[in-house]
Ligand binder design. Structure first.
Ligand code: ATP
Ligand code: SF4
Length: 281
């Protein structure tokens, strides 16, 4: 068994206390926006918390856009790639994504498994994350080459890893979330809990939450499978406007706190922080 200092990935990641892999069975359920919100909420959870967010959704990287970082170049230093900081010189929210490496943001990545695997290894071993409290990893939907590569490369730091599963209330998304859960069980990845996204709709006029789809399916799945239910988030038009059009990351940090989902997500982040600190003791 490899010791924690045996591989380049282990040497980089041994200073990251907790690595949270965000996954979903189905595409479009809001995994990237949950990853972005988790990183923003964790950053706000303490005045000193240091957070990283790594986007390994290689064919559909959306984290740079959601954090208002589109088009930022990645600098290479003698000690590896310097991540892009969403909060400038405060340097408490570091971000890395294949989106930063594309010439144009509309360029697509058409890579086979081995090239994806090499890219993920490079993200894990060559990015100068430094000391982090939390590294949030946004993954593609389903359980694909990217997930397998992540688990293989991070095996020496397996004790730092855990997952959050995102679903929407519809039966088809829940079925896919079950597949995702069975992957985590197959690779012995502890699951912190389940988030039900797009559960009801926040009326932009009066702020009332209406149930446009069914709700509660995620909670029921969590109960049935012995998972923690971390919370549900409604469809919020302010959030989609903010994340789809974020242009300046500094503004985003401030504006996010004014959305109606920010306090709901803060509770989810608190629960995640509590679960992880219980795990440490
Ligand atoms: N709670 C929400 N309220 C409003 N819009 C949301 C919410 N969650 C996600 N969205 C929006 O839905 C769209 C899809 O979300 P996102 O890209 O996060 O999904 P995904 O699961 O990561 O998708 P993919 O399968 O492409 O990786 C985005 O435009 C996002 O801003
Ligand atoms: S929730 Fe109230 S304000 Fe919003 S659309 Fe419905 S009736 Fe109108």
């Amino acid at each position: 068994m490899a010791s924690t200092a045996d591989t380049p990935v282990a040497r980089r990641l041994q200073h990251v206390k907790h690595i949270i892999i965000v996954c979903s069975g189905k595409g479009g359920v809001g995994k990237s926006s949950i990853s972005a919100q988790l990183a923003l909420s964790l950053r706000s959870s303490s005045p000193t918390a240091k957070i990283g967010i790594l986007d390994v959704d290689l064919t559909g990287p959306s984290i740079p856009r959601m954090l208002g970082l589109d088009g930022h170049p990645v600098h290479q230093s003698s000690d590896g790639w310097v991540p892009v900081y969403a909060d400038g010189s405060e340097a408490r929210l570091a971000c890395m994504s294949v989106g930063f490496l594309l010439k144009k943001k509309e360029d697509s990545v058409v890579w086979r498994g081995p090239k994806k695997n090499a890219m993920i290894r490079q993200f894990l071993s060559d990015v100068r994350w430094g000391e982090l409290d939390y590294l949030v990893i946004d993954t593609p939907p389903g359980t694909s080459d990217e997930h397998i590569s992540l688990m293989e490369h991070m095996a020496p730091v397996a004790s730092h890893l855990s997952a959050v599963i995102v679903t929407t209330p519809q039966a088809v998304a829940l079925l896919d979330a079950m597949k995702c859960l069975s992957f985590t069980r197959a690779v012995s990845l502890p699951v912190l809990g389940l988030i039900e996204n797009m559960s009801g709709y926040v009326c932009p006029c009066c702020g009332e939450i209406s149930n446009i789809f069914s709700t509660g399916g995620g909670q029921e799945m969590a109960r049935r499978e012995g998972l923690k239910f971390l919370g549900s988030l409604p469809v919020d038009s302010d959030l989609v406007t903010l994340l789809d059009a974020a242009e300046i990351s500094f503004e985003l940090l401030r504006q996010y706190q004014q959305t109606s989902t920010a306090p709901l997500f803060a509770k989810i982040a608190e629960e995640i922080v509590r679960t992880l600190s219980d795990k440490e003791t």
